[in-house]
Design a protein around this ligand. Sequence first.
Ligand code: PLP
Length: 430
Amino acid sequence: MSFSIAELLAQHSEDKFELHEKHLNNQMVRVLKTIGYDRNYKRAVGQYLYDEQGNEYLDLLSGFGVFAIGRNHPTVISALQETLTLELPNLVQLDVSILSGLLAKEILTTTPENLEKMFFCNSGTEAVEAAIKFARYTTKRAKIVYCEHGYHGLTMGALSLNGEKIFREGFGPLLPDCIAIPFNDLAALEQALSNKDVAAFIVEPIQGKGVNLPDDNYLVEVERLCKKYGTLFVADEIQTGIGRTGKFWAIDHYGAKPDMILMSKALSGGFVPVGAVAMTQHIMDTVFNRMDRAVVHGSTFSKNNMAMAAGLAGLEVIKSENLVEQSATVGNDIIASLNALSTKYEFLKEARGKGSMIAIEFQAPKSLTLKAAWAMLEAANKGLFCQMITIPLFKDHRILTQVAGHGMNVVKLLPPLTLTQKDRDHIVNA
Ligand code: PLP
């Protein structure tokens, strides 16, 4: 039998939007078309996407952070090809393979020393769901505290911790005992924890929506308060982790030591779905403590060889290409350069972020020439959390990125960590 994906693609010239409209989420097609997002990218290499005409686009979204090492990195491709040819037994959930052991060991060299154990799953949301169960079981408490405007995923547990009402409407009842407090508000946190009945506080060290940075002492104080009241401190680093912010973990900027770190997205070099929880020995020992319940939590594909191999290769690329350092240098330079431009362009309010996690906040311009661009930005923002657009404010529409919606005039940039000085010039001079 011969089966070829290349041949399949060559034989099917259907319009991709039509295919999706017919067989998948046609609401997404309608949204994308409404905002003029009709590009047909044919190829992707590193931080560049190419359309049918061979035009090159700089990707400033990198799959919401997934393609941190760029798309289709040859090291990850060859690791996956090699893994496929090794005829490994791949017992998935039951497997205690060398590969999963090595990936766990490798990740734990990057986390604070209080975290000694790894749990693997298949997505960020699954890591969040695992953390909810681990926290409740370990503390024998039910309540989970989370932050307004936070995002932890859309399954029922993660949705219960979603800081945006619009996502939650119509899906209730959600998990009971989930309490929202403002981000970066220690008094609110202390009040929420003070009854000593909260299992966990889950927080993005830097909030993805709007790229909200905490005060410098916020996360160490979170750690202190959580310890004081017997609550587990869960850092959701699904977006901020693996070098995104110019340090391996965003908590590293602040010297905080959570009880669990959740990760996904960039962890597998952008190829294979994977998620993970790094946790203390105590949490692991408490949750996985009964021989009659060895699979007290898990899922079929967790620790599968492809995910583990991609994870090992992706981390090797990050290390050998010094991408965390590059993310810090180029990203911080972009933030500073954009801020310098804000004195020249009245619509540019500020740029903020850390490393390659960048927000550009706009304000309504007074000059007529910019009013149209502003109207478009506002229209794109209406009603949706985020959308992929090619920003008309930039030269040649050649930049793919994301607008964070709900009235926020913020464009978020999550470029691959591989951005070069040339790319930086392109963004800043656009
Ligand atoms: N947590 C954060 C901070 C995220 O940014 C995301 C995804 O965007 C998730 C959780 C959910 O992860 P996933 O989409 O992999 O399930």
